[in-house]
Design a protein. Sequence first.
Lengths: 461, 70
Amino acid sequence: MSKRIAASFRDPSGFMFKQKGLVYRQINKSYQADYDALMESGLYERLTKSGAMIAHEEVDKALALIPELVYKVVKPETINFISYPYEWCFSQLREAALLTLAIAKRSLEFGMSLKDASAYNVQHFKGRAVLIDTLSFEIYREGEPWIAYRQFCQHFLAPLALMVYCDVRLSQLMRVNIDGIPLDLASALLPNKTYFRFGLLMHIHMHARSQKRYSDQIVVKDVVKAKMSRMALIGLLESLETTVKNLIVKGINTEWAGYYQDNNYSEDAFQAKKQVISAFLARIKPDSVWDLGANTGEFSRLASDQGIRTVAFDIDPGAVTQNYKQVKAKHEKNILPLVMNLTNPSPSLGWHHQERSSLAARGPVDAILALALVHHLAIANNVPLLDIANFFKALGRFLIVEFVPKTDSQVKRLLATREDIFPDYNQSGFETAFGKVYKILETQALEGSERTLYLMERRIN
Amino acid sequence: MHIHFLLKPLAYLDPGTGSFIIQMLAAGLLGGVVAVRIYWKKIVAWFKRKKPGELEDTDPTEVRDELDEI
């Protein structure tokens, strides 16, 4: 059975579709000239060789989903996990922005222009940002402006500036604004000192004013006739690049990034925990792991270092940033750190609720890691243990989970400021609740602490 | 929006009138800067004309990250 991928409908040049579990891209006849130019100009080779864009192979045209429109069918390299800008930390969004501009500039050298600057066209794959949309190019005609200018400002510049000058948590505005943050909103939120930064003044504040000023006006003829020289276009792209490069977040306040330095278990217990998890992973040999509440990815790396595709989720942008810095420093290819609030995970969004998938819809994976997490969900967020078990069950077959009792200082801290309304929160209550959904395969008390690690497999019912 | 006729018929993004105008303004200013830089380099290069066969000078201290290689 073939089905068009729901998010792929905006561009008439083509679309993505799924057939027998494989993802293809149909390229329509209307895009023929541009596609041929991309392939023949050398730009495709340049961008795929340097790793800036995903490679594809041309396959049988007979696979086409809409044969009357088809020019070519291609099969792009598979991206295992699609993530979204509202799940990226600042550095990930910034890297995606710089990638987009670098590609736009390079395209001009090959006589092409980047017609699309959507943050959703970039994925973090094998440790780096990569453009995934082959249809983002068109033949450059001297005099044309950059058609994706507004999109770039909304998808990249506005969120990055807000994260630097207001608060890193404002990346979440990308979640409610599917086509990037409206520039009038960004302009209103940014502090006055940003008026003294040329790039932000021009590309956000004046841009927003100009949008408002001309919102219901038809452009006068001579403005329309004005052409933008190639040099002017390069100047624009370089200005955006400088503006992005100057955006740096200093000292993100982080709740968890120092956790391993000041937690309450010994170095021995820490090493013991690592050994138990490694042994569990060796037993179940998963291909894919989601580490929920991964902090800086210390335990995620027990999986990713063995070549297991791992996504490391954490609620704290500071921890995710530190994790991402390690990915870059060590050129790690199997781990993807993302910002995720598990008590309110990414929903399905956009047109027909289908443009952006919910977290659960991007699963399930082979194994879930939930280390030092359950007490946060159960006590800080009042979720009953059975509900937590069911949540995990929907995301993966195996579960490596840690139970932290009330006597542990971390739980004591959570209970210090509130009434203890959790009579079932104890080891046997935990085992009873999780035992309804999972088969407990192994139990391992953690030496040097009061914590217990479990390996479980979900029951089929 | 009447700016469409300047753009390809297939352009599916609406560049927005205001975005278009500010872009022309910004690009006009910035293009000038690029032009000055390019001509300045040419002038400097002319004065420091190299012997034939000499390699183009690159800055060895320049840190190249993966984005420069794109």
